[in-house]
Design a protein around this ligand. Structure first.
Ligand code: ADP
Ligand code: MG
Length: 334
């Protein structure tokens, strides 16, 4: 069964960025207002996420890395909505099968922090011969997740990584996406050993401000807001899109469906089509889309790492969003 677990985990976490994404989502879910990311060797040596969220109860630590057992199962009736991406309490479990995982956490009503080490879904001692029970330690409120030696027991996967700077760039992209979506959260991301940070953003007053912090004024100054919704189609969408005064060489789409960063080829294509009437040849937009769809309408069978999501009435919903963008662009144009 451990081999099966390892294989399953390696399918969910294909690259460091996938582990990072899950950990950032957990930190956001915990109500954090500050999320710090530290990376060593493209995330293969070390991925550390420190948040100031609500923390994890001491009693929950022994089962934290068991599949499907965590707090969310207390709301079992809501399974259809939590399972939006076929991902139910699997992230930490998966990571524990393919890396050394350490969790340090403190809730508001605990007088100290607790540290626990995990391997293959279970608590393990920090050093051989020691007890595996969580240890009391000093610590601030919130959670620090430390992932070391990712894929240490999956040599074929480990060998597939050529350059740690490429993996780091993907990590930065994920952090940058969540930073735009969660403008009320301060983010930082840095490479271990570097004195400077790659991303460092205080809490932003608005999403436009956050785009300015991350992507610069050239984008933020040429942006239109859009919003649309339809009860029958079970969705609401809002977002920010560059106007015809701005363009880049490659389309940038920051797409969130139900607060998860995802990809949609259909949406990308439709957005490019929409802009082709406004931009010169070879010019492309920057678009942020915050789409909320009734969870039962989103395809749960899509593999989480594919991140490519399908949903009901896709064509109608995409057309409504694009026609909204189109009319905003036309207003600026005239
Ligand atoms: P899921 O997020 O699908 O429940 P995970 O394996 O990602 O599964 O996380 C398991 C559980 O651990 C979460 O439901 C949450 O209760 C708890 N948890 C994980 N990370 C954090 C965190 N940073 N802060 C607080 N709780 C966390
Ligand atoms: Mg999670």
């Amino acid at each position: 069964p451990d081999v099966v677990n390892k294989i399953a985990a390696g399918e969910i976490i294909v690259a460091p960025m996938h582990a990072l994404k899950e950990l950032v989502e957990n930190a956001v879910d915990a109500g954090s207002t500050s999320i710090e990311v530290l990376v060593k060797d493209g995330g293969l040596k070390l991925l550390q996420i420190t948040d100031n969220g609500h923390g994890i109860d001491r009693e929950d630590l022994p089962i934290l890395c068991e599949r499907f057992t965590t707090s969310k199962l207390k709301e079992f009736e809501d399974l259809s909505s939590i399972g939006t991406y076929g991902f139910r309490g699997e992230a930490l479990a998966s990571i524990s099968h393919i890396a050394h995982l350490t969790v340090t956490t403190k809730t508001a009503n605990s007088s100290c922090a607790w540290r626990a080490h995990y391997g293959d879904g279970k608590l393990v001692p920090a050093k051989p011969g020691q007890s595996a029970a969580p240890k009391a330690t000093a610590g601030r409120g919130g959670t620090q997740i430390t992932v070391e030696d990712l894929f240490y027991n999956v040599p074929t996967r480990r060998r597939a990584f050529r350059s740690s700077s490429e993996e780091y760039a993907k990590i930065l992209d994920v952090v940058g996406r969540y930073a735009v979506h969660c403008s009320g959260v301060a983010f930082s991301c840095r490479k271990h050993g570097d004195s400077g940070v790659s991303i460092s953003t205080p809490v932003a007053a608005s999403t436009v401000d956050r785009i300015r912090q991350i992507h610069g004024s050239a984008v933020a100054n040429e942006i239109v807001e859009f919003e649309t919704a339809d009860k029958k189609l079970g969705f609401r969408a809002s977002g920010l899109a560059t106007n015809a005064n701005y363009h880049v060489k490659k389309t940038v789409i920051l797409l969130f469906i139900n607060h998860r960063a995802v990809e949609s080829t259909a949406i990308k294509r439709a957005v490019e089509q929409t802009y082709s009437a406004f931009l010169p040849k070879g010019g492309h937009p920057f678009v942020y889309i915050d789409l909320e769809i009734e969870p039962h309408r989103v395809d749960v069978n899509v593999h989480p790492t594919k991140r490519e999501v399908n949903f009901l009435n896709e064509d109608e919903i995409i057309e409504m969003v694009c026609s909204e963008v189109r009319s905003k662009l036309a207003q600026v144009d005239s």
